[in-house]
Design a protein around this ligand. Structure first.
Ligand code: GDP
Length: 337
């Protein structure tokens, strides 16, 4: 068995290469999804990183954006905006009042937004997932149980689990004040200067038994943003200690100092990490080996396997997974000496 720690773009792109006849078979994989990015929007719990893996596994993912359902309509979203505009209601992220942030469903703490003029685009089919998820939570299921039910509905071959059944909210502290990661990224496009990143609730949250179990297998940290995609998972008590005890291979989301996409560089600088492969290595002291791009000349203090790490479809992903497998095998057998 192999465990992948996943955000919503880089690691799902790597999962494209899972192949029953390849170096990693989907039936042997557990994916631990980040939930720090989750928000409650208009009363519905949206889990963007978990959903990308669900839609990817169900073969319905919009592969241009790496979020949402391909070809989805936005009838409800458009109508929410029309109504708000007609009523003179401001759009933009509309946080619920402070006292409402810790009321109601525990899982949604510190990231509750009004659905008025919905600031994140939620497609109609996408919304059906959030409605089902939230309703099942209200029926008494844990997020882990609900995720397994949804995985069944989408026909996933991998075991997909959220990192925790407790609330953890990624709050980006910026020069303009604190804001949830989705306000920072979706509404503000990573424009405010980052001063710090907080994983609210992480100290009191626990990784689930499924996650703890998955962390006894070899672990692949995919090419995800180390601060806001992997950071919340690492912030859970016991996770870094578990990773120190098991083989861990990291695929860099950078080529040297060049990031493939997204706000990883701004966020890394904000928390005092060098925005580069070297900074990624510093963020992961428990990592045993790294898969770096052929063009990445970073010298690391730990073993490296090089390949072309651009992930543009299943062939690329299989090649990178071959390198991951090679690195894991060499870690297991001490084959670097
Ligand atoms: P998020 O939730 O969308 O931020 O998703 P992730 O954190 O999982 O993924 C974002 C990271 O994926 C970014 O830091 C990118 O640099 C990285 N990434 C995107 N495309 C590629 C690619 O083709 N190859 C590699 N190695 N990394 C990529």
């Amino acid at each position: 068995m192999t465990t992948f720690l996943a955000g919503g773009t880089g690691t799902p792109k790597l999962l494209d290469g899972l192949d029953a006849d390849g170096s990693v078979a989907p039936s042997d994989v557990t994916v631990v999804g980040n939930t720090g990015d989750d928000v409650e929007l208009g009363g519905h719990l949206v889990c963007p990183d978990v959903d990308t893996v669900l839609f990817h596994g169900g073969d319905v993912l919009d592969r241009d954006r790496w979020w949402g359902v391909a070809g989805d309509t936005t009838g409800t979203h458009d109508e929410l905006h029309r109504l708000a505009a007609a009523a003179g209601l401001d759009d933009g992220p509309r946080y619920l009042p402070d006292d409402a942030q810790t009321r109601g469903r525990t899982i949604a703490r510190w990231r509750r937004f009004s659905g008025v003029a919905e600031f994140m685009e939620i497609g109609d089919r996408d919304r059906a997932v959030h409605l089902t998820r939230t309703s099942l939570i209200d029926e008494g299921h844990s997020l882990t149980a609900v995720t397994r039910i949804l995985a069944e509905a989408f026909g996933l071959d991998v075991d997909l689990v959220p990192m925790s059944d407790d609330p953890v909210a990624t709050i980006v502290h910026t020069a303009e004040g604190p804001m949830h990661f989705q306000e920072y990224w979706v509404d503000r496009r990573a424009e405010p200067a980052v001063e710090d990143v907080e994983f609210r609730g992480a100290d009191a949250a626990t990784p689930t038994p499924s996650v703890r179990d998955a962390l006894t297998d070899p672990v692949v940290v995919g090419p995800s943003n180390p601060v806001t995609s992997i950071g919340p998972i690492l912030a859970l008590p016991g996770v870094e200690a578990a990773l120190a005890e098991t083989p861990v291979v990291v695929v860099s989301p950078f080529v040297g100092r060049e990031v493939f996409s997204g706000p990883a560089a701004e966020l890394m600088e904000g928390v005092g990490l060098d925005p580069s492969t070297a900074g990624v290595a510093e963020a992961y002291p428990f990592a045993d080996a790294f898969v770096l791009d052929d063009a990445d000349e970073t010298a690391l203090d730990r073993p490296v396997v090089r390949t072309d790490t651009r992930l543009d479809g299943p062939d690329d992903a299989r090649r990178v997974l071959d390198a991951v497998r090679d690195a894991l095998d060499r870690v297991a057998t001490g084959g670097w000496r």
